[in-house]
Design a protein around this ligand. Structure first.
Ligand code: VJV
Ligand code: CA
Ligand code: ZN
Length: 391
């Protein structure tokens, strides 16, 4: 059955670009692109590269990125350098309008800094997601993977939440050239606002986001149950808000029935899944309590529908957890079991505290604010909204 993921093989394409690992958001910024390099090193050490075709792609062009983003915003991202940014330059004041380099009230932290090599970074992760979409569209692959993508907050004309270019919107637009309906599923702990907004009025894209929705948690006032899409897109935006401490069991009691119903009523021809690792237990930003198995279970559940599947990264701020998770999910994509004991590799020092195991224990002391009643009510409310789409 669909709730029992099979071990059958799939043709998997994998994108990795070593230039992304060197991108630096700033000394103690929580977003660390090197986690993708750590995942890659693990994937290689487990011997998974031999089970996948490597996606070769050139960086996304200005024209491709301008397919979604505003021309002036693209111009800014292209012109931005940390040097040009300093000394109260012209670029700095221009950047403020696009939410880049805006210093927060505490005067220290900046969500979207003027990163060195920013445009090249955006072109590369977006190029990876476009190449992945094309590999699915051409039928070359059943599953395509880009752990450096998944930047779900970027808007048409502004940066948001560490995201500058929305590679997900670009990839979905590419898929819409070949498939009638595309499903977007987002298990990052944050709401997938940039993607939801881009397709809020579309009947060809359904967006589903599972996220933490607590007071003050980013992005505020987004992702409520009652936000269901507009006009032709009505009931094609799905939001599943959660409280702190959500565990594997409660997550699964929401994810599986909701996604089964989504598949039944929407019948997508392709699926894009954002696999942000900040929904894992022990994340620096998120407060959910999923294990790697619980997180990966969502991936294997979506894979079991045998529909072209694009897997993307996203958030994830406890980097050893994220890298282990994405490595495990790569094995799930392939349909291969891998040992819990990690092979020796260049980053293995990061896993010393977890005994060089892929899996680590969830937080037994974290209170789960999602009561059985809350989970049941949320599930029923979402299923009721979805039943509006039945003929
Ligand atoms: O909550 C916010 C916005 C503020 C204003 C800006 N300050 C920096 C923080 C509060 C209201 N931003 C969130 C953005 C989360 C983005 C998540 C992205 C994804 O995972 O969904 C997809 C990739 C936020 N939460 C925590 C931080 N920002 C944060 C940013 C820092 C930081 C510590 C926390 C930036 C720099 C430094 N520390 C040094
Ligand atoms: Ca989400
Ligand atoms: Zn996130």
């Amino acid at each position: 059955s669909q709730s029992c993921p099979d071990g059958a093989k799939r043709r998997v394409c994998y994108y990795y670009d070593r230039h992304i690992a060197g991108v630096d958001y700033g000394e103690d910024h929580v977003m660390v692109p090197r986690r993708v390099d750590m995942a890659h090193a693990l994937i290689r050490s487990y011997g998974l590269l031999g089970d996948m075709a490597r996606l070769r792609s050139s960086p996304a062009t200005d024209a491709e990125i301008s397919g979604f983003h505003d021309g002036r915003y693209v111009g800014l991202l292209r012109d931005l350098t940390p040097e040009g940014f300093g000394a109260g330059g012209e670029v700095a004041s221009r950047a403020r309008c696009f939410n880049v380099g805006v210093v927060s009230t505490d005067g220290r932290s900046v969500d979207n800094p003027p990163v060195a090599g920013l445009w090249d970074y955006c072109q590369r992760y977006a190029g990876g997601s476009l190449a992945a979409a094309r590999a699915l569209a051409s039928g070359e692959a059943d599953v395509a993977v880009n752990w450096s993508g998944g930047m779900h907050h970027a808007c048409r004309d502004r940066a948001s939440g560490f995201c500058y270019v929305n590679d997900i919107v670009l990839a979905i637009d590419e898929l819409l050239g070949h498939f009638r309906r595309v499903l977007y599923v987002d298990i990052d702990v944050h709401h997938g606002d940039g993607v939801e907004t881009a397709f809020v009025g579309s009947n060809r894209v359904m967006t589903v986001s599972f996220h933490q929705r607590t007071e003050g948690f980013f992005p505020e006032r987004r992702g409520l149950l009652e936000h269901v899409g507009e006009g032709d897109g009505r009931h094609r935006a799905v939001n599943v808000p959660m409280k702190k401490g959500m565990d594997d069991d409660g997550y699964r009691r929401l994810f599986e029935p909701i996604m089964s119903k989504v598949m039944e009523v929407f019948q997508p021809e392709a699926i894009v899944m954002q696999c942000g690792g900040d929904s894992l237990s022990g994340d620096r930003l998120g407060h959910l309590n999923l294990s790697i198995d619980g997180h990966a279970r969502c991936v294997s559940f979506m894979r079991s529908f045998n529909t072209p599947l694009l897997l993307l990264g996203g958030g994830g701020y406890t980097i050893n957890h994220v890298a282990a998770c994405w490595c495990y999910e790569t094995a799930v994509a392939i349909g291969k079991e891998i040992a819990n004991d990690m092979p020796a590799h260049c980053y293995d020092g990061y896993y010393r505290s977890q005994g060089y195991k892929l899996r680590y224990p969830v937080d037994k002391n974290l209170k789960n604010d999602n009561t059985d009643t809350y989970v049941t009510r949320t599930k029923c409310a979402v299923l009721r909204n979805l039943s509006e789409l039945e003929a």
